[in-house]
Ligand binder design. Structure first.
Ligand code: ASP
Length: 593
């Protein structure tokens, strides 16, 4: 139907006859001449319809915003003075000969140019209109380019694209499962995969050696910022590899991707242990663009007569950390109050601070509600954080977890608020994770997933699980976890030991993961892999603020689709087929008959 996309029209086509199909972006009536800006996925171009072409003129006259037209005409240079060098098609216009209305459109719920005036809800409800915006098209185009580049890289490296099932059994990755009731097996349920983890491991047992898949994963998580219940992973696994092999392949994949798509050369990624990341940045995904660091001051605060600090400083599970911000003494009382509220979100009970107005004046040069409690250590403290006039020092004192989360988040917020970034891209690897984390009741759960290999023997693991390290690695970019993976357990005894430590008894292990344990007996090769969150990768590369912006049809924070109204109710016949009866009170809650 067309010869060109609108966005392809330019001066090289002057005097040629072209046909485009697209949407009316804008229509202007200039007393006798109608200007139509026509839009398609490639851009916008200007068409001029004059009354000499009567039929074309009549059609252009009745066209409105978002009508679908097919226009044929001759490309000509725009008259001097009306050219727009900021538009790729801005040097030319098309003098229309034929204008055909392919479809009409009712008034859209928002004008594309005015999308900012309506809430995200309206945009999500009419996503097909929102997706007409050039900005959205660009992001999805970038996404397509990224997937393509990744596929090409992995295929080149001998990875095979193999699909794994979506209707399957639970694969634990730390979230709730989405369940699908089975009609043919009354009372039984499939789980949608939280990841293809177990299948990719089984493909290694089968001998495929190198696997990848751009896979949909499903996690029924509690509402947390910027998560989607279904999301996409670049899932990778390889056999006869160690940590360095997987890290080398995937790092060069990301470096090549940035080079090809953004023309950005990333330097070799530094490696940092999990412990160092927590100590220096309070986070296992440190944003290294921000030149602020947490400094341990436990030893100093053990000596002060101030319970709020000496308590955590002396406690085994406590921490007192200082965060110096150069030039931060100019923060106002109100701003500090806001930061105090901010750290409260992470459970911090307050935010102590010292402003260094004039170091040479000793205590008199400091301004702080707490300095009077620590006069005996203040000089040493200032030396340790290398405080200069004009700096502010914030403190976190609490359980280590709270200090890390609160002051780690404060560090990131200050970096953004004060625009402290030193570089555009700061990738790194975080390694040497603990195998397990302990909840408040002393129960251990895997920091990655229960198939991650520990760095020690089964005996050593059994003796001191809380201090065991794993062979896991995370790739972090600008404070976001881009991907994570590990060398896996390929030995049945080790796998049973881990299940044991997690309190998964033999019977339960057999019931849930019997197929994996079986497979491990049949010659499982050493193997490992990694999965990248594609949505987050695209978000970062597109400079988008949320992953919703780089997903064509995302769900809301409450895991619903405003456009299709999913999840929706189903008919009683369907429920009957599935052997499901809904409880009267909580309809969403299902009980199996
Ligand atoms: N299955 C893991 C995840 O989804 C990734 C991996 O270990 O390869 O996070």
């Amino acid at each position: 139907m067309r010869s060109h996309y609108c966005g392809q029209l330019n001066e090289t086509l002057v005097d040629q006859t072209v046909t485009v199909c697209g949407w009316v972006h804008r229509r202007r009536d200039h007393g006798g001449v109608i200007f139509l800006d026509m839009r398609d996925r490639d851009g916008v171009a200007q068409f001029v319809v004059d009354p000499d072409t009567a039929e074309a003129f009549a059609n252009a006259d009745r066209a409105r915003s978002e009508f679908v037209l097919r226009i044929t005409g001759r490309v000509r240079l725009r008259p001097e003075g009306t050219q727009n060098p900021n538009m790729p098609t801005g040097m030319i216009e098309v003098l229309a000969k034929d204008v055909e209305v392919l479809n009409t459109a009712v008034t859209p719920p928002f004008q594309l140019d005015e999308h900012g005036k309506v809430g995200e809800e309206v945009r999500l409800k009419h996503r097909y209109i929102d997706l007409r915006r050039p900005d959205m098209i660009d992001k999805l185009r970038l996404r397509s380019r990224i997937s393509h580049t990744v596929r090409a890289f992995l295929e080149n490296q001998g990875f095979l694209d193999i699909e794994t099932p979506v209707l399957t059994r639970a694969t634990p990755e730390g979230a709730r499962d989405y369940l699908v009731p089975s009609r043919t097996h009354a009372g039984s349920f499939f789980a949608l995969p939280q990841s293809p983890q177990l299948f990719k491991q089984l493909l290694m047992v089968a001998g495929f050696d190198r696997y990848y898949q751009i896979a949909k994963c499903f996690r029924d998580e509690d509402l947390r910022a910027d998560r989607q219940p279904e999301f996409t992973q670049i899932d990778i696994e390889a056999s006869f590899v160690e940590e360095d092999d997987i890290m080398a392949i995937t790092e060069s994949m990301i470096r090549q991707l940035f080079k090809e798509v953004l023309d950005v050369e990333l330097a070799a990624f530094p490696r940092m242990t999990w412990q160092e990341a927590m100590d220096r940045f309070g986070s296992d995904k440190p944003d290294l663009r921000i030149p602020l660091e947490l400094t341990n001051v436990d030893d100093l605060m053990q000596q002060v007569d101030f319970k709020v600090f000496s308590g955590p400083a002396n406690a085994a599970d406590g921490r007192v950390a200082a965060l110096k911000v150069s030039g931060g003494a100019s923060l106002s009382r109100k701003e500090i109050d806001e930061y105090t509220k901010f750290v409260g979100i992470y459970g911090a009970k307050g935010l102590a601070w010292i402003k260094v107005n004039e170091r040479a004046k000793g205590l008199d040069g400091l301004q702080s509600p707490i300095v009077k409690f620590m006069e005996n250590v203040v000089e040493e403290l200032l030396d340790r954080v290398d405080a200069k006039d004009g700096d502010i020092i914030f403190f976190g004192a609490d359980k280590t977890r709270i200090v890390n989360e609160a002051i780690g988040a404060l560090r990131v917020k200050l970096g953004a608020d004060l625009d402290l970034y030193t570089q555009a891209w700061a990738p790194l690897w975080v390694v040497d994770f603990p195998m397990f984390e302990e909840d408040d009741n002393g129960r251990l759960s895997p920091l990655h997933h229960p198939f991650t290999a520990p760095s020690c023997s089964p005996e050593a693991l059994k003796n001191d699980p809380a201090n065991a390290l794993s062979r896991a690695y995370d790739m972090v970019l600008n404070g976001t976890e881009l991907g994570g993976g590990s060398i896996r357990i390929h030995d049945q005894t080790m796998q049973r030991t881990v299940f044991d430590i997690l309190g998964i008894g033999e019977e339960e292990a057999q019931e849930k993961f019997g197929f994996l344990l079986d497979a491990l007996q049949y010659g499982a090769p050493p193997h490992g892999g990694l999965a990248f969150g594609l949505d987050r990768l695209v978000m970062l590369m597109a400079g988008a603020k949320t992953i919703r912006e780089v997903i064509a049809f995302p769900k809301t924070q409450s895991a619903a689709c405003l456009m299709t109204d999913a999840p929706g109710e189903v008919s009683s016949e369907q429920l009957k087929d599935l052997n499901i009866r809904l409880r009267q009170k909580a309809k969403a809650d299902t009980t199996v008959e």
